[in-house]
Structures are given as structure tokens and as C-alpha cells.
Write a protein that binds this ligand. Structure first.
Ligand code: OOG
Ligand code: NI
Length: 467
């Protein structure tokens, strides 16, 4: 049939992510070692989990080993609205769409960002490849000289091949799809945009001017490509991988960005960890690539996020000037106020869940006087509640990661350097949408729609109105 001549977007994304992974492995050899450690650790966590309990859902790990083995997130930093619009067109072909607005000005960075990822649950299950995509905000730069220079350099560079631009036109004429025979060329041409190029676009003097204004400006405007600056595998046990990286002699950052590991299986959000895996030198000392791993937990509701942010601020406040291990102890203590079981988290409306019917039963004993119907169904073992995996990024972690990436080697303590301050926010989500020419989906709307859809289905099967 005619339809079968088009490549499936989920398949295309899987191929693209795999191609990017092998490109990055050849550019940054330590990445390959990291992937190996993560894969082994995940396998032993899954083995242990299966031995202990029948259902891996009970630990909140919904991801299967196939998805986990492929799962990566990347990060790129773009200079101009044109670059962002074109990147959006590339990701569109791969079934990735902008969701979430990240204001990086709270970390003193002249940038804002969004994440491109699949929006359908089935597409996420096939391959959840996501890319944190940052855009420079020249209007936030203090130095006029640095602004002019960066705009000039960015104006001159072309990070997309003519072949790629033509293929994008073709895809759009075909309704956003590519024919099977166009797919491989597309993948190779698109990959070039993200490849490391050893020749800089800036001279040494220009690089110094940009760097003096902000190191991140040098990172964005001095290169000829939108090089992928890290590619991150997902681990089921970030502490175990951290240990093994240390044992393997990798340079590992002391602290993990994100929530404390109160209960390793129920880590509420994404935790990240950096190692200065390799420094690629541009003339002086540009730190362009780094290694990172992440652990993912459940998505929090606005109420959950509020509690999390409040406890985080509180532990930062109490940790001013103390050592890393003291800070960790403080954080653990402060986060005792964050419930530690899926049941508590769900009942207090702190996380999002997907609900499924486990068995169809007669429900004559349901009575509203006995509490919410849904909770009764769950305790009667008729309905199953599975926490929804957080598929996005954490604004504070992201800001912290930029900070660590910018630090020179021996500065490493987060308590002092992460002066993240929301009062410095000059968020401009409309500006980012305008630059991209598309609306950005809202995170909470997305998670609550996934939850609601599952509730509707449960209601339909059981003949109840649960919404
Ligand atoms: C992106 C930082 C954000 C994460 O894991 O939160 C990120 C960057 O360094 O460009 O990747
Ligand atoms: Ni990252």
C-alpha cells in the first residue's frame, strides 16, 4: 500500500538516537564505558527486583529493559531563532515536540529552553529520546561588544547542510513523513548538525571576548555545529552507578543534582550526576562535553512540586557554608517531610498515576461513606495505580548542571555555587514560542491528561464515573 512506503516516526527516532549514540561514543570514548556500567547495573537491579517481587510496577519502574537500554537524553545549545525553528522541523520528522519551558535566567544564564520529546505514551514506550534545547537570549547580555560579536558569528554560521534543508521541505510536502528510501540520508545529514567539529568559528581573541562576558556564550557562538554536549543514559540506581564510576577511576562530581535518595526505589524526580568525562580543548580551555547519568522517578503534581521546592529551599538555607556530607545529612532530614510510599504520595495528590483494571468484579459494597471510590477499588485489588514516570527535566537540576559544566576542575561544591534565585527570573515563554514559531505544551496539562485518560478507561470498563 502507499502508506507502507513511509517510514514510521517511532522507528526513525529509534534509529536516529542509536546513530547519535554511536557517533558520541566515537567522539567521547569514556561515554562507552559509562553506558556499559549503566547497562550492567540496570540488569542487576531488574534481576533483584524480579526475584523479590512478582511485579516491577511495585517499585515504580514501568520501563522495560529494551526501553531502558536505548533510553537517552541529549542537550544542545542554539544561537538564533532560525536555528531553533529548523531544529524543530528536524525533531518533528522524528516525532518529537516541544514541551515545558525552562527559565535559566534564575541561574544567571542568558538563555531559556524547552524539551523535545514524543508526546504519545505508546511512542515514549517505544523510544523516549528527548533533547534539552537551549536558546541564547542576546537581550540579557550585559556587554554590547559581546552581543554584537556573538550575533555576527551566529549570523555567519550554517549548522544545517543544504541536503538536510531540502529533505525537510520534502518531508513537509509529504505530510511530515519521509519515505523509507529517504530515511537513511536524513539520519546521516541530521546527525552532522550535532557532530563535534574541531575547527572553531571564532578566533582566539573573539573567543576570549565571548568567554569574558559569559563562558556559555563562548560555548554557543564559537562553534560551527550545534554539537550534542552530553548524551545521558538512564539508570535504575544512580548511587550504585556512582560507586562503580568511582571504582573505575572516573572523575565524578561529589553531589547528585535533584532530590535526595530517601528511598532509592522511590526517587521522586530525576537525579543527575556529572563526571568530567572528557574535556575537548578549543585553544585555551573550553570544557565542551561531559558525562552524565540520570535516575527517573514519578512525575509530581503542582502540589508535589511545591512541597519539593519548599523542602529544597529549606535544605539549601540550612546548608549554607557546610561540607558536602553535612549538607547531604541536612537534606535527608529536611526531606523526611516528603512522603515515602507510593500510597501516601498518591493519596495526598503529590504524584500522577496511571490506573488500570486488574480484575472485573461486582462492586455492590462500594459506598462513598467509606472514602473515595477509586481508593476503595485499589484496596480491593480491582484497580492498579502505577506512578507515571517523569519524562522531563528539572529546572533546578538543569541550572545546576550548567553551573557544574562551567566550573573549572577544582571547584566542586554545590551549596556555595548554586546561587539559584527565582527573584532573578526574567522568564519569557512567549518569546521562546515566537522564536520557534510553535506553541510549547504545558507539562502539568500533559501529565494530568495521561492520568485522566486512564481513569476514563477504568470507568468505562467498570461502568463507574471516576473523573
Ligand atoms: C543542558 C542542561 C540540562 C539536564 O539533564 O537537566 C540537562 C545543558 O547543559 O546544555 O541536560
Ligand atoms: Ni542532562
Amino acid at each position: 500500500t502507499a502508506a507502507s512506503t513511509y517510514a514510521d516516526k517511532d522507528g526513525l527516532r529509534t534509529r536516529f538516537a542509536a546513530a547519535m549514540s554511536s557517533m558520541y561514543r566515537s567522539e567521547v570514548p569514556l561515554y562507552g564505558d559509562l553506558i556499559e556500567i549503566v547497562r550492567e547495573t540496570n540488569q542487576s537491579v531488574l534481576n533483584a527486583t524480579n526475584a523479590k517481587s512478582q511485579s516491577i510496577d511495585a517499585t515504580g519502574i514501568k520501563a522495560n529493559i529494551e526501553r531502558l537500554t536505548q533510553e537517552r537524553h541529549g542537550a544542545i545549545r542554539l544561537g538564533t531563532p532560525y536555528e531553533l525553528r529548523t531544529i524543530k522541523r528536524i525533531f518533528e520528522v522524528l516525532g518529537m515536540h516541544p514541551i515545558g519551558y525552562y527559565d535559566l535566567s534564575i541561574a544567571g544564564l542568558p538563555m531559556h529552553a524547552t524539551c523535545f520529546r514524543p508526546l504519545r505514551v505508546s511512542s515514549l514506550d517505544t523510544n523516549p529520546f528527548r533533547v534539552f534545547t537551549t536558546l541564547l537570549r542576546p537581550e540579557l547580555l550585559a556587554s554590547e561588544e559581546a552581543r554584537q560579536l556573538s550575533l555576527e558569528l551566529l549570523e555567519k554560521r550554517n549548522i544545517f547542510s543544504t541536503f538536510l534543508l531540502n529533505l525537510l521541505d520534502v518531508a513537509e510536502k509529504q505530510g511530515g513523513r519521509l519515505k523509507e528510501e529517504q530515511a537513511e540520508t536524513f539520519i546521516q545529514e541530521a546527525l552532522t548538525t550535532f557532530r563535534w567539529q574541531s575547527v572553531a568559528a571564532a578566533t582566539f581573541d573573539q573567543y576570549q571576548i565571548l568567554k569574558a562576558e559569559h563562558p556559555i556564550l563562548a560555548d554557543i557562538a564559537s562553534f560551527k555545529s550545534a554539537h550534542i554536549n552530553h548524551l545521558t543514559p538512564r539508570t535504575l540506581d544512580i548511587s550504585a552507578v556512582h560507586l562503580r564510576m568511582n571504582k573505575a577511576g572516573m572523575a565524578v562530581k561529589d553531589d547528585i543534582e535533584g532530590p535526595p535518595l530517601v528511598n532509592a526505589q522511590q526517587n521522586e524526580n530525576q537525579g543527575t550526576d556529572l563526571s568530567g568525562s572528557q574535556e575537548l580543548m578549543i585553544q585555551a580551555s573550553h570544557k565542551a562535553r561531559f558525562g552524565e547519568i540520570e535516575e527517573r522517578g514519578a512525575a509530581v503534581t503542582p502540589k508535589g512540586r511545591e512541597l519539593y521546592d519548599r523542602l529544597l529551599q529549606e535544605s539549601k538555607r540550612q546548608s549554607a557554608g557546610v561540607t558536602v556530607s553535612e549538607a547531604n545529612a541536612i537534606t535527608t532530614k529536611v526531606f523526611k517531610d516528603f512522603p515515602d510510599t507510593w500510597k501516601d504520595l498518591r493519596q495526598q495528590n503529590l504524584i500522577y498515576c496511571e490506573f488500570h483494571v486488574k480484575r472485573v468484579a461486582t462492586m455492590s459494597s462500594l459506598d462513598l461513606k467509606d472514602g473515595p471510590i477509586l481508593e476503595q477499588l485499589i484496596s480491593m485489588n480491582i484497580v492498579d495505580a502505577v506512578p507515571i514516570t517523569y519524562e522531563d527535566f528539572l529546572p533546578f537540576s538543569a541550572a545546576g548542571i550548567f553551573q557544574s559544566n562551567l566550573q573549572t576542575d577544582n571547584v566542586s561544591k554545590c551549596a556555595s555555587k548554586c546561587s539559584l534565585d527565582v527573584s532573578h527570573s526574567v522568564a519569557d515563554s512567549t518569546g521562546l514560542e515566537k522564536a520557534m514559531g510553535t506553541k510549547i505544551s504545558d507539562l502539568d496539562t500533559w501529565y494530568s491528561a495521561v492520568q485522566m485518560k486512564s481513569l476514563e478507561e477504568v470507568g468505562k470498563i467498570l461502568g463507574l464515573n471516576l473523573c
